[in-house]
Design a protein around this ligand. Structure first.
Ligand SMILES: Cc1cc2nc3c(=O)[nH]c(=O)nc-3n(C[C@H](O)[C@H](O)[C@H](O)COP(=O)(O)OP(=O)(O)OC[C@H]3O[C@@H](n4cnc5c(N)ncnc54)[C@H](O)[C@@H]3O)c2cc1C
Length: 510
C-alpha cells in the first residue's frame, strides 16, 4: 500500500502536477471531488428535509424577502453606481461558465432554498428560487405529486430555470418550465415586492423568463403540480436513416398519448426514440431501477437497444426516470472518468457519482477551462420541429458531436423573449450537443457562429447558459426584445441591472 502511494507521488513529481490535473483528471475527481460531493449532497438533503418538517420556512420567507429589499434600498442610497446581480457564486451554478460581472456588480445575497407550501387543492407548489429539482422530486413524489415539467439534473434551480430555460421530455405537452409557472414574486430595482401572474402585472409575468435576472430578483415562484404515478412505462425504438428518425420523432412528439418523448441520436443516421407513459402498475419482469448506483449509465443502456437492434419496454420508477441523465451528467462524465461506466467502478464507487458540477468548475483551473472552451461543445439549440432534419445535418457538419439529445417541446404564442413567429403554438425540438467535436476544422467561435446563424434563420433560439458568440444585433434578431426593453425602461432597470445580452455574451463570461 505504502509502496503504491510512494510510486504514485513519484509519478506526479515526474509528470508535474499540472500535467496530471489536466490529462488524468479522474485521479483528482475520484480521490477528492467524489467524497466532497457526497458530503455536499447529504448536508443539503438533510437541511431541506428538516426545514420542511419543522414548517419554519414560510415564517422565515418574509424575513428573507425584507432582507433582499433592504439590500436593494441600500444600493440605491449608496447612489446605485454599479449594476446589481445575485450573490450566488458563479462556480455554484450548473452553467459551465462564470460571469465576470460577479466581481464588479453589487452582489445581492439571496439565500432562499426552501419549499414553502404544497397546495394540493389549487395544485400548486410555492418555492423559493434556490430550490433545486432533486429537492422537489424528493418531496413531491413522496406525496404523490410531481411537476409536469421536471428538468433532469438534480442541481438545476427554480430561479435558473425560470430566468433561463428549463425543458424535459414532457415539454411537448406542457411547454418549457416557464409555462408551468403560474406566479412569480420579484423584488424590483426600487426595492418593491411585486407578484405577477397571467392576470396581475401580466407584462412582467411574460417578460421574466429568459431575462436572466435583469428585470428584478425572483424571491418565489408558484408552479403547477400534477398527480404522480409510481412508474414510467418506457418504450425504446431503435431507428436507422435520418429521414426515418425525424419522421418518427415528430410523430411521437405530436401524439399526446405519450407523456414523455425523447431521442438519443448516436450518429447521423442512428437513433433510439423513447416514448413513455405514467402508470401505477408494472410487469415485474420488465422493471428496471435505472437510478441504482450499479446500473449502467442511461445513455449507454439505451445504446444497447440500437446495437442489438431491438425494440423493448421497461418499467422505471418515476424518480429514477426523471433523473436518468444525472449520474453521467448526460454523457459529460465519460470525458472526466473514462472508466466510470465499468461495472467494477459502478459497484464500488457508483454511489458517489456524479461529482458536483459546481466542484468540478471550482477546481478546473485556467488550463482546463481553456482546453474545454476550444475543444468541447455544450450547446442547446431550440429549432422548429419542421426544420429538425436540416438542423441535425447542420450539427453534423459544423460540430459532429454524438450522442445528440433530442427533446420536443410545445412553444405557445406570447410576447416575451421567446415565442413562435406566428400566432399559433408550434412544436419545437431542443437539440443538445455535449462533448468533443469530431470535425477537424472545429473552431469554437467560427463553428458556433455558423450554427447560431442557422438557428436564427429558422426562427430558433439558443439556450443562454451556453457560450453565445452572437453580436448584440444578432442576439436581438433571435430574441424578441419589444416587451423586455419597454419594461426595463418603465421599471428603472437600466441603471440597476445589465442588459441580458451583456450578461450572457461570450465577453461577459470566463
Ligand atoms: C451540464 C448541463 C446540463 C444541463 N441540463 C439541463 C437539463 O437537463 N434540463 C434543462 O432544462 N436545462 C439543462 N441545462 C441548462 C440549464 O437549464 C440552465 O443552465 C439554467 O439556467 C439553470 O441553471 P442554474 O439553476 O444553475 O441557474 P443559474 O445559472 O444560477 O441561473 C441562470 C440565470 O438566472 C439568473 N437567476 C437565477 N436565480 C435568480 C433569482 N433568484 N433572481 C434573479 N435572477 C436569477 C442568474 O443570474 C442567471 O443569469 C443544463 C446545463 C448544463 C451546463
Amino acid at each position: 500500500m505504502c509502496l503504491s502511494v510512494l510510486l504514485f507521488l513519484l509519478w506526479i513529481k515526474v509528470k508535474g502536477l499540472d500535467y496530471v490535473i489536466v490529462h488524468q483528471r479522474w485521479i483528482f475527481v475520484c480521490l477528492f471531488l467524489l467524497p466532497l460531493s457526497v458530503i455536499f449532497d447529504v448536508y443539503y438533503y438533510l437541511r431541506a428535509w428538516l426545514i420542511f418538517k419543522m414548517c419554519s420556512a414560510p415564517k422565515q420567507h418574509d424575513q428573507r424577502v425584507r432582507n433582499i429589499q433592504r439590500q436593494v434600498r441600500e444600493w440605491r442610497k449608496e447612489g446605485g453606481k454599479t449594476h446589481m446581480c445575485t450573490g450566488r457564486p458563479g462556480w455554484l451554478t450548473v452553467s459551465l461558465r462564470v460571469g465576470k460581472y460577479k466581481k464588479t456588480n453589487k452582489n445581492i445575497m439571496i439565500n432562499m432554498m426552501d419549499i414553502l407550501e404544497v397546495d394540493t387543492q389549487r395544485q400548486v407548489v410555492r418555492v423559493e428560487p434556490l430550490v433545486n429539482m432533486g429537492q422537489i422530486t424528493a418531496l413531491l413524489n413522496s406525496l404523490g405529486w410531481t411537476l409536469p415539467v421536471l428538468p433532469e439534473l438534480d442541481d438545476l434551480t427554480v430561479g435558473g430555470l425560470v430566468m433561463g430555460t428549463g425543458i424535459e421530455s414532457s415539454s411537448h405537452i406542457y411547454g418549457l418550465f416557464q409555462h408551468i409557472c403560474v406566479a412569480f414574486e420579484l423584488v424590483l430595482a426600487d426595492g418593491s415586492l411585486v407578484r405577477c401572474t397571467e392576470e396581475e402585472n401580466s407584462d412582467l409575468f411574460h417578460a421574466v423568463p429568459w431575462s436572466c435576472g435583469t428585470l428584478g430578483f425572483l424571491v418565489a415562484a408558484e408552479i403547477k403540480i400534477v398527480p404522480a404515478s409510481l412508474w414510467v412505462c418506457l418504450q425504446y425504438e431503435p431507428i436507422r436513416g435520418l429521414e426515418n428518425i425525424c419522421r418518427r420523432f415528430s410523430e411521437a412528439s405530436e401524439d399526446k398519448n405519450n407523456t414523455f418523448v425523447e431521442g438519443l441520436q448516436y450518429s447521423l443516421d442512428e437513433a433510439v426514440i423513447m416514448t413513455g407513459t405514467m402508470t401505477d402498475t408494472a410487469e415485474p419482469d420488465k422493471i428496471n431501477r435505472i437510478g441504482l448506483h450499479y446500473k449502467p449509465w442511461f445513455f449507454k443502456h439505451v445504446e444497447r437497444y440500437l446495437t442489438e437492434n431491438k425494440k423493448a419496454v421497461e418499467y422505471i420508477p418515476l424518480r429514477h426516470y426523471y433523473h436518468r441523465h444525472t449520474r453521467s451528467i448526460f454523457w459529460e462524465l465519460q470525458d472526466i472518468i473514462p472508466f466510470g461506466n465499468h461495472p467494477v467502478f459502478r459497484w464500488l464507487f457508483g454511489w458517489m457519482v456524479p461529482p458536483k458540477i459546481s466542484l468540478l468548475k471550482l477546481t478546473q483551473g485556467e488550463t482546463i477551462r481553456q482546453l474545454y472552451e476550444q475543444h468541447h461543445v455544450v450547446q442547446d439549440m431550440l429549432v422548429p420541429m419542421k426544420h429538425i432534419q436540416t438542423a441535425i445535418a447542420r450539427f453534423h457538419q459544423d460540430i459532429h458531436v454524438y450522442p445528440l439529445w433530442l427533446c420536443p417541446f410545445m412553444l405557445p404564442p406570447g410576447r416575451g423573449m421567446v415565442h413562435p413567429k406566428g400566432e399559433e403554438a408550434e412544436l419545437y425540438v431542443d437539440i443538445g450537443a455535449y462533448g468533443e467535436p469530431g470535425v477537424k476544422h472545429f473552431q469554437a467561435k467560427a463553428s458556433c457562429r455558423q450554427l447560431e446563424q442557422f438557428v436564427r434563420e429558422v426562427h430558433g433560439f439558443q439556450m443562454l447558459y451556453a457560450d453565445v458568440y452572437m453580436e448584440r444585433s444578432e442576439f436581438w434578431e433571435m430574441f424578441d426584445g419589444t416587451l423586455y426593453h419597454r419594461l426595463r425602461k418603465e421599471l428603472g432597470c437600466q441603471d440597476a441591472f445589465p442588459e441580458v445580452y451583456d450578461k450572457i455574451c461570450k465577453a461577459a463570461r470566463h
